[in-house]
Structures are given as structure tokens and as C-alpha cells.
Design a protein around this ligand. Structure first.
Ligand code: NAD
Length: 443
């Protein structure tokens, strides 16, 4: 099938475009920045995701992937357009639909002179009602055409996880595929795109598809806040939260694989903004979403638990102490710093007067846009650690699980925000503390 991906220079857009091209579809990857499109033409992925670079080079060679800034030509040359633009939250937490409106307008204009049937698919996360009440009327207005007769509309939420985006997209067995359809013809065409993918397809109304994405993200975010709140209580009571977590997972009604790891809180481009957006939507219709708000409230302050622990162990005030922060990205496997807990941790430590050295194998380029010259950027973990009084692990990159890494430290204090280290494996003399763990001094 011929497919246009609008927002193709973003995380979801680029992954969608490359993966659909890898499945043999002819994909026009539409972006607005000529510089980014030029880099894609040269085979340089503009984001970091495992396997993305090899796949990008492969689909360029096979000529199934066409990066372009020409949205009109891309839509007119396609059977289906995916809208993958950003849906950030506004100042009040509600969804900001500026990019959605803009993309819908441009696609509508392109559809005006398009010959043949076309389906527009909203893949961006949007609050229920957006596709039918906002996208669809814009498409009809600017194309002068009628939905149902001249074009179709679907909503196909994306469930990929950053850090394993390519894998998740190519193998949707764990998440399934949800297609919300305005009519059967639209849904049939979009289902055809996914016929070679190994994942169950659920066909629903458009509003249900929109809501499923919020329900999933809110559910998982709630698990994380639950884990963090319990871990904080455990820590004060001298209980190891890891034991409690094992006990939770033993219960079949709770089960393994839940989001029960305690840590510095959730970040990224989805959980915080999506829970905020559904909270705002609920309030708009007169519902007080107490549980969802609590999820956000716990998360808001969780990164500061790491700073509190650092003060408790290294000494209060922290003024003049040198702290190594390991991990900047909001989770391992990505370079994404959006809403990363590391931002709150580092800014708070800077306000305390600490000197900060940071290390992350992928996210330094993005971190420099946030912290500028206020922190030192190390090229290796050892370089960040060498002269540090203490180390704070914020992102669970696997390399931080190696206890030998820490032997070069001047101070011997480790605050593990993600429980990546087993304190029993640390060399003698280390002081180890973690969220949900009372702390251990090795003699
Ligand atoms: P992003 O900000 O990385 O990408 C959005 C891209 O759209 C940007 O590159 C922007 O320049 C581009 N864009 C905006 N208007 C455009 C237009 N008119 N024409 C062409 N390009 C345009 O955002 P993202 O993280 O990829 O998220 C996109 C959507 O997918 C959001 O709704 C998000 O909630 C959802 N989502 C994200 C993830 C994730 O892990 N990042 C997972 C599932 C769903």
C-alpha cells in the first residue's frame, strides 16, 4: 500500500514510517524540517532507537521509504495518511491540538485535488472526541469532500515503548493493534496494512480507540505511583521494597510484569502528558478524577526522594559536594529527555549548590539543551564518577549494574534511584542507599 506519514520526523512518525516501509509498503515520511529530512535521506536517524539506523538504511536502499517535506504530493500519492504529530499538554494540563489541527488542514487541502479513495488515520494520542469532532470537520472543510463517500477516517493509537520502539511496532503481539473506524470500509483498508503483523486486531468505534490509549497509559502510570508510594513507606519503616514487590508478584491476581518497580518516577513524552490530558478532559465534563490526580501528585514529588536521600547520606547542606548523576534519559534505550526525572533531580542538586557531572550514553545531546554549561558532561561513566563524593543513578541503563564501575569513585556513596545494583556485589567500604531500601554500609 502507499502510505504518507505526517509527523515523520518525530519518535512515533519515524518509527511508523520505517517499520511500514520495512513491511514492503511504499512510505512517504513527511516532515517540516528540511534539515531533518536531508539527514534521513542520508540514512541518519534523527532519534536514537535500537535497530532504527540499520532499518532506515535498508528501506532507503529498497526505495520503499521516501523522506519529503512535500505533504501535498505525499498525500496525493498515497492510499492512507497517518497523522503522527505531537499532542503536548498546555499550561493547564489539557491537550494542545495545534499540531493536529495544522496537519488536518494540510491533509484536507491535499485531498481536495486527490483522485481516488483515501483514509486518514489519527495515530497521535488524542482525547476522546478529537478525531470525530475536530479532525473530521477540518478534513471535510478543506477538502470540500464528504467522509464516508469520498474519504475514510480511522483512529489507530500507538502503543510502542520508547527504548524498544522498533521491536514493539514490528511485533505487536504483546500490545495488540486497535483500529477505531468511522465505517467498515475505512477499517478494512487500515486492517490490511497490518495483515502481516503478528498481533490481534481489535476494531472499535473511534472514541473507544482514543480512550483505550488513555486507559492503558493511566493504568500503567497508576501502578508506578503505587509502587513509589509503597517504596517510600517501606524505606521509612526499614522494609526492603524489593521483597514486597516479589510478594506482590507472587499473587496471581496481581502477577508479574506489572509496572511495580519503584524509582525516581515516570517521565517521557506520554505518561505525564496523557494522564494530565485525561484529568483535564474528565474535569471538563464534571468528573473529579481523584485516582488519576493522585497518580500525578505522587509522581510530581518522587524525583525529590532521591535528593532527600542524598542529603540524608552525604550531609545537609550539600553545598560544594560533587555528585555524579548516571542516566539522563527518561528510561534506558532512548535519548529522550522529555519530562525525565533526571531534570528535577539535577536542578534540585544544583540549587543545593552541588557540582554535577553527568553521564548517559545516548541522551547528552538533548541534555545539553536543558542544562547548558551548568553541569559537566562526561564521555564515560568512570569520568563522571572519578572525583565524585556521591553518585545518583537515575536511569537504569544496564551498564550501571556493574559494581566494578564504581571502584574509581573518590567518595563511596551510591544512591540507586532504580535498584540496578545489588549492594552485596559492591566492593568493601561502599555506602549504598536506594528508593525503598534502608541502606547498607559494607565493612
Ligand atoms: P514528536 O514531538 O517527537 O513528533 C512530532 C513530529 O510531528 C515533530 O517532528 C513535528 O515537527 C512534526 N509535525 C508537526 N506538525 C507537522 C506537520 N503539519 N507536518 C509534518 N510534520 C509535523 O512526538 P512523538 O513522541 O512522536 O509523539 C507523537 C504522538 O504519538 C503524540 O500524540 C504522542 O502522545 C503519541 N505517542 C507517542 C509515543 C512515544 O513513545 N513517543 C508512544 C505512543 C504514542
Amino acid at each position: 500500500m502507499r502510505i504518507a506519514v505526517v509527523g515523520g520526523t518525530g519518535y512515533v512518525g519515524l518509527t511508523t514510517a520505517v517499520c511500514l516501509a520495512a513491511r514492503g509498503h511504499l512510505v512517504f515520511c513527511v516532515g517540516r524540517s528540511p534539515d531533518k529530512i536531508q539527514r534521513l535521506i542520508q540514512g541518519i536517524p534523527i532519534i536514537y532507537e535500537e535497530k532504527l539506523e540499520e532499518m532506515l538504511k535498508d528501506v532507503l536502499k529498497r526505495r520503499t521509504f521516501v523522506p519529503t517535506t512535500d505533504l501535498k504530493k505525499a498525500v496525493q500519492g498515497s492510499d492512507v495518511s497517518f497523522i503522527c504529530v505531537g499532542t503536548p499538554c498546555g499550561d493547564d494540563g489539557s491537550i494542545d491540538l495545534t499540531q493536529i489541527r495544522g496537519a488536518s488542514r494540510e491533509i484536507g487541502c491535499a485531498l481536495k485535488d486527490k483522485v481516488g479513495y483515501h483514509v486518514v488515520v489519527v495515530k497521535s494520542t488524542v482525547v476522546p472526541g478529537t478525531t470525530e469532532d475536530i479532525v473530521l470537520p477540518i478534513l471535510e472543510k478543506f477538502s470540500g469532500k464528504r467522509v464516508g463517500a469520498d474519504f475514510g477516517v480511522c483512529m489507530n493509537p500507538e502503543f510502542l515503548r520508547e527504548g524498544r520502539a522498533v521491536n514493539d511496532f514490528m511485533l505487536p503481539k504483546e500490545t495488540g493493534i486497535v483500529i477505531g473506524e468511522i465505517d467498515q470500509k475505512s477499517g478494512d483498508l487500515v486492517s490490511k496494512i497490518y495483515e502481516d503483523f503478528d498481533g490481534e486486531i481489535l476494531r472499535t468505534s473511534i472514541r473507544a480507540a482514543e480512550m483505550i490509549k488513555y486507559a492503558r497509559n493511566s493504568y500503567l502510570a497508576k501502578d508506578i505511583s503505587f509502587a513509589n508510594e509503597f517504596a517510600n513507606i517501606c524505606q521509612r519503616l526499614g522494609v526492603d521494597y524489593l521483597d514486597v514487590k516479589k510478594g506482590l508478584e507472587m499473587d496471581a491476581r496481581i502477577g508479574e510484569g506489572r509496572f511495580l518497580d519503584a524509582g525516581a518516577g515516570f517521565g517521557g513524552s506520554c505518561f505525564p502528558k496523557d494522564v494530565n490530558a485525561i484529568v483535564a478532559k474528565a474535569k471538563e465534563i464534571g468528573i473529579l478524577p481523584v485516582m488519576l490526580e493522585s497518580t500525578l501528585n505522587v509522581n510530581e514529588v518522587q524525583p525529590y526522594e532521591l535528593v532527600k536521600l542524598t542529603k540524608q547520606v552525604v550531609g545537609n547542606p550539600l553545598n560544594g559536594k560533587r555528585i555524579a548523576v548516571l542516566g539522563l534519559a527518561f528510561k534506558p534505550g532512548t535519548d529522550d529527555m522529555r519530562e525525565a526525572p533526571s531534570i528535577k533531580v539535577i536542578n534540585s542538586l544544583l540549587r543545593e549548590g552541588c557540582e554535577i557531572s553527568v553521564y548517559d550514553s545516548k541522551a547528552v545531546r538533548n541534555a545539553k539543551k536543558i542544562f547548558g554549561s551548568h553541569v559537566e558532561y562526561a564521555e564515560k561513566a568512570e569520568e563522571a564518577l572519578r572525583h565524585a563524593d556521591a553518585c545518583v543513578i537515575v536511569t537504569e541503563w544496564p551498564e550501571f549494574a556493574n559494581p566494578k564501575l564504581y571502584t574509581c569513585m573518590r567518595g563511596r556513596v551510591i544512591i540507586d534511584g532504580r535498584r540496578v545494583l545489588n549492594p552485596a556485589t559492591l566492593p568493601l567500604g561502599f555506602i549504598y542507599h536506594a528508593i525503598g531500601f534502608l541502606g547498607a554500609v559494607k565493612k
